[in-house]
Design a protein around this ligand. Structure first.
Ligand code: SF4
Length: 439
């Protein structure tokens, strides 16, 4: 029995796809093992958004070859689609498969016989038209369910459409089926993932379904405690979706909404499809209907043309906005994007300074959000990780809580009262009406 190990770089979508490819191997009689367990085959799923994608990929290949010098090393994923030839030249790589080929890799590589030259199967991205159904499995608590892939937007900084192709989706019927299968396992939380999930519903180039209808259908799936929407573009997060989530049985009050800049001038240069006023209005609607809702924000600093004034406009906008945390990205040049041709390049030291300022704003926002919720009662889903006798979990509105380790609590939901923020920045809790969970 050949042993195969996997390594994933990047996002939740990549995790769900690696997990699906791993199940394909298992169904064909391969043994899935840990990376360090002398595998015969390595599959490395790469990302194009990660800083230094090339360096990271090389490092993982080197590591793999150290563990199993005679192993067969296969590279798939976004970076493999963007730079197949360069990747095939990394010493130790045996095969590279692009977006249209990665789910057929066992057939393409037929027996994983090493050849003198690496094999490259990467068609042009316009060939990646199929939707390949995926969900992650392995973590008992939560699974990432892929509902959509690709993107038809053309944000000036982004390589994802070049790496993943046009927007396409699974059907609501298939997704509900998958959710029912997941409900038969121990998993309690499903995170809907995709590249641009608000754009859900395009099949074979035609829009046939709507994201809101998917949300409504999933809300009826018994056996899943929570559905979480991973990230949704502000222009696609309609009032109807917000309204439905506010009354839903299973969708949790947590949205992650990319803003990217709080300056309308920069948003237009980025080719984003909204202005800051729309964003502020979405946040206000959410908070009016769900005062406890957690709102996460993606923001990019140092985009070409971003002056100090533009950045301060973003800072001010975010400072005044009722949001809960930020994911801050420092702009970095990517080949074949519109942004790389733009003037107004921001010096790296300014990009880093701006990033630092927003990261500390994020800490302030998170703390304030946690403080506002102290004394409130929420449901925590406890996870497996244990640190110094303490276990963690998340409330439905994404507050990280700590409790004394008790194996019985793993993958269980408990109604708790949020008591105080400890010195590690997580919230200590008390089980409602019963024993104290705090250490
Ligand atoms: S919406 Fe913009 S940033 Fe998001 S994947 Fe599409 S092109 Fe990239």
């Amino acid at each position: 029995m050949k042993k195969v190990a996997f390594y994933t770089l990047g996002c939740k979508l990549n995790y769900s796809e690696t997990s699906t490819i791993a199940r394909m191997f298992e169904n064909r009689g391969y043994l899935k093992v840990d990376f360090s367990d002398s595998p015969d085959i390595f599959v490395i799923n790469t990302c194009s958004v990660t800083e230094n994608a090339d360096k990271k990929c090389r490092k993982v290949v080197q590591e793999a070859k150290k563990i199993s010098p005679d192993s067969y090393v296969t590279i798939v994923g976004c970076y493999a689609q963007l730079k197949p030839v360069e990747i095939s030249e990394i010493p130790g790589v045996d095969a590279v498969l692009g977006a249209a080929e990665k789910f057929q890799l066992i057939d393409y590589l037929d027996g994983f016989e090493k050849k003198e030259k690496p094999k490259v199967f990467a068609s042009e991205i316009k060939e990646a038209k199929r939707f390949n159904h995926s969900y992650s499995y392995g973590d008992r608590t939560r699974t990432f369910l892929k509902v959509q892939d690709g993107c038809n937007y053309g944000c000036a900084f982004c390589t994802i459409p070049l790496a993943r192709g046009k927007s396409r989706s699974d059907s609501i019927a298939n997704i509900v089926d998958a959710a029912r299968k997941i409900a038969d396992t121990e998993v309690k939380e499903v995170v809907l993932t995709g590249v641009n999930i608000g754009d859900f519903g395009i099949q074979d180039g035609r829009r046939v379904e709507k994201f809101l209808d998917l949300v409504k259908a999933l809300d009826e799936v018994e056996g899943i405690n929570r559905f979480r929407i991973s990230s949704i573009e502000p222009n696609l997060l309609t009032k109807e979706i917000i309204n439905f989530v506010s009354k839903s049985k299973r969708f949790v009050p947590h949205f992650h909404i990319p803003l990217q800049s709080g300056s309308n001038k920069i948003l237009q240069r980025m080719n984003r499809r909204y202005l800051r006023e729309l964003y502020a209005e979405r946040v206000a609607t959410i908070k009016r209907l769900m005062p406890h809702c957690c709102i996460g924000v993606d923001v990019i600093v140092g985009f070409p043309g971003e002056t100090e004034e533009d950045f301060l406009e973003t800072y001010q906008f975010l400072n005044e906005l009722d949001i809960s945390y930020l994911h801050v990205f420092t702009y970095s040049e990517r080949a074949n994007t519109d942004a790389i041709e733009m003037d107004g390049v921001v010096p790296m030291k300014d990009r880093n300074k701006r990033s630092k300022m927003l990261r500390s704003l994020s800490e302030k926002k998170r703390r304030k959000f946690y403080e506002e919720n102290l004394g409130g009662q929420f449901t925590v889903l406890f996870e497996e990780d244990v640190e110094d006798g303490v276990m963690h979990g998340f409330t439905e509105n994404y507050i990280r809580v700590a409790a004394k380790y008790d194996p019985i609590l793993i993958n269980e939901t408990k109604k708790v009262e949020l008591r105080e923020i400890n010195n590690r920045g997580v919230v200590e809790v008390m089980e409602v009406g019963e024993e104290v969970l705090t250490h």
